[in-house]
Design a protein around this ligand. Structure first.
Ligand SMILES: [Zn+2]
Length: 149
């Protein structure tokens, strides 16, 4: 059995993956602020509803890959557990390329129950995609944006 803080946002038949408008807006603002570098964040909430996020700083500024400092990642997980929330996914940007998982994205992702978001800032309109890892590849998933509860 998975620990309670590790969410399963795709496990709910009648409850689609969702993101609050407020979090959506803040993620985009922070992503654009980080441009031309990659931005990444942990997405947190309960069940299938993402209601908050934790920005993750990268140990090295990189335009093409994202990586986390191990201690910062453990701190973020502690925050999630203390808040009695669940880790529901990660988001990172592709500042210069479409929102398609790269080879290093494929190699670096091991949490198949979580959602994997990519926001491309390569064209004038930001492009959002949510994926789920499934046996060797990423499947595109749909989601809804919800107003604040
Ligand atoms: Zn990527």
């Amino acid at each position: 059995m998975s620990p309670d803080w590790l969410g399963e946002p795709f496990a709910f038949k009648n409850n689609k993956l969702s993101l609050t408008r407020k979090v959506h807006k803040r993620l985009l603002a922070e992503a654009q602020e980080a441009f031309p570098y990659e931005y990444s964040a942990l997405l947190i909430g309960r069940g299938a509803a993402i209601t908050d996020h934790i920005p993750m700083t990268s140990p090295k500024k990189d335009m093409h890959t994202f990586s986390w400092d191990g201690a910062a990642f453990l701190r973020a997980l502690a925050i999630i557990r203390e808040a009695n929330l669940q880790w529901l996914g990660v988001l990172h940007t592709h500042p210069h390329t479409p929102p398609i998982p790269s080879q290093s994205d494929r190699n670096g992702w091991h949490y198949r129950s979580l959602s994997y978001w990519i926001v491309s800032l390569a064209s004038s309109e930001p492009e959002w995609r949510a994926y789920q890892w499934n046996e060797g590849g990423f499947d595109l998933r749909s989601y809804t944006i919800t107003e604040e509860a």
